[in-house]
Ligand binder design. Structure first.
Ligand SMILES: C[S@@+](CC[C@H](N)C(=O)[O-])C[C@H]1O[C@@H](n2cnc3c(N)ncnc32)[C@H](O)[C@@H]1O
Length: 303
């Protein structure tokens, strides 16, 4: 906690847990790995932040359906399956249903720790009692977009990967939201937002979950430390007069909640609202420990 000398305002870092899961569990972590349950299937994956020792017995770690074997490059590797796993299966979060599958990038199509953002955005949209337009950048398999649409928002979902957008559209059908007003876009985040600004498009809520490094569909390079200020500036220019929320999450290791606080404060300085910042964490079931995944900053007109 930090108290600003001039204003007496308090900056407090929160630890935000996503506790409403039935289908997901972090079973244990340690020695650079995490042990998780996605529906009925258990997996172990590398987790650089788990610098402590495992607590669950070796038998629990051996009783998995798949193990991700990393190569030296940060995102490379392959899955070793120890028991049969279907090509894909359905997971549920509240009213939402989505496909999950082990992918070559070590992820399974859902980042369970961001579920608290889905709830937060959904509650703000429902509480706004007015039409809300939401932009979801770096939207991946679309669960945040579906949560916003389910809450009644008109959603624009964007990702550079056509495959991810197809997956997100399949999740829309699976969740029974085929009639929901969602616009699916394959584009580079910065290029799209700058184009929207030139067109005079406006949004009430923006969700951003940028990776550390990525590429747009035409090879545009995304490097978070380099490009985030430009992107936030462009996002600022497509906000309505009376924006409802911004939710920014960053998995990049060098990031800090304090730094995101200042980025958000600068972006939203001309609006009246509140900022909360902190880390997205999951409680480790075996050890009663918290595993931290990401830092976040959220601005809202009515926190
Ligand atoms: C996996 S999600 C975010 C999850 C998490 N923040 C992380 O770092 O792993 C990142 C998404 O951003 C998309 N992406 C990467 N570069 C992009 C760009 N320049 N414009 C739009 N989307 C991009 C990827 O296709 C991917 O679906």
């Amino acid at each position: 906690m930090f108290v600003f000398k001039d204003t007496g305002e308090i900056l407090k870092l929160e630890l935000l847990r996503s506790d409403n899961w039935q289908d997901y569990e972090l079973l244990d972590s340690g020695d650079g790995q995490k042990l998780e349950r996605f529906g009925p299937y258990k997996f172990s994956r590398p987790e650089a932040q788990a610098i402590w020792k495992k607590k669950a017995p070796a038998s629990a770690w051996n009783d998995v359906h798949g193990v991700f074997q990393p190569t030296r490059e940060e995102s490379g590797g392959h899955w070793n399956f120890k028991k049969p796993v279907p090509e894909k299966w359905v997971m549920t979060y509240g009213d939402l249903k989505f496909w999950v599958m082990p992918t070559p990038g070590r992820h399974l199509g859902v980042f369970p720790e961001v579920a608290s953002h889905w709830d937060w955005c959904g509650n703000l949209i429902r509480g706004a009692k007015r039409p809300i337009k939401v932009l979801n950048l770096f939207g991946y398999t679309g669960i945040a977009s579906l949560a916003a649409a389910k809450a009644g928002a008109q959603v624009t979902h964007l990702d550079a990967s056509k495959k991810s957008v197809t997956w997100a559209r399949d999740n829309q059908l699976l969740s029974g939201l085929e009639a929901a007003p969602i616009r699916w876009i394959v584009d580079d985040a910065v290029a799209f937002v700058e184009r929207e600004a030139r067109r005079g498009a406006q949004y009430d809520g923006i969700i951003l979950d940028p990776p550390k490094f990525g590429r747009g569909p035409k090879g545009e390079v995304w490097e978070v430390y380099e490009n985030l200020p430009t992107l936030l500036g462009a996002c600022r220019s497509i906000l309505t007069q009376d924006p409802l929320f911004i939710a920014l999450t960053m998995y990049a290791v060098r990031a800090s909640g304090v730094h995101l606080y200042y980025s958000m404060e600068e972006m939203m300085s001309s609006f009246k609202g509140n900022i909360d910042v902190g880390e997205l964490v999951t409680a480790d079931k075996s050890a009663d420990r918290l595993l931290s995944h990401a830092v976040y900053a959220r601005w809202s007109s009515n926190l």
